[in-house]
Design a binder for this molecule. Structure first.
Ligand code: RTP
Ligand code: MG
Length: 138
């Protein structure tokens, strides 16, 4: 079986808080291989495609505004079961609820902030990974 790939984003809060290196090194330390990396200023069109399952939800507009608020680091990581493995490393969506030891649990802050400021994104399935890699590494 060929190694799986996932799309990881370090959201604008992670970049502005200077956590890009720390986050990438946690993923590398787990044993996943960094296969592509870039800094991107997202467009609304990219975000509407990336978050297509959330279009129309109450948090969609604030989420897009946040994702447009600064540069994003996009990465592709490869490894066995990396999709599930990265989501375990990232932790639960809300930083307060995310377990200690996870990226969001250790480094995320949602007090006084919106839940969208949770540092990272990781693809949630092989289909999502394929689709999202096409958006961010077109
Ligand atoms: P992600 O897609 O970023 O890896 O995060 P996730 O799977 O844990 O969360 P998901 O449900 O896919 O939501 C995507 C992003 O939308 C923001 N969000 N805000 N109620 C809210 O205000 C709310 N719910 C979700 C978060 O930034 C979440 O990561
Ligand atoms: Mg998601």
């Amino acid at each position: 079986m060929s190694a799986e790939r996932t799309l990881v984003l370090i959201k604008p809060d992670g970049v502005s808080r200077a956590l890009s290196g720390t986050i990438l090194s946690r993923v590398e330390a787990k044993g996943y291989t960094l296969v592509d990396l870039k800094m991107v200023s997202a467009t609304r069109a990219m975000l509407e495609e990336h978050y297509e399952e959330h279009v129309g939800k109450p948090f969609f507009e604030p989420l897009v505004e946040f994702m447009l608020s600064g540069p994003i680091v996009a990465a592709i990581f490869e490894g066995e079961r990396v999709i599930e493995g990265f989501r375990s490393l990232a932790g639960a969506t809300e930083p307060t609820a995310a377990a200690p030891g996870t990226i969001r649990g250790d480094l995320g802050r949602d007090w006084g902030l919106k839940v969208q400021q949770n540092l990272v994104h990781g693809s949630d399935s092989a289909e999502s990974a394929q689709r999202e890699m096409g958006i961010w590494f077109a």
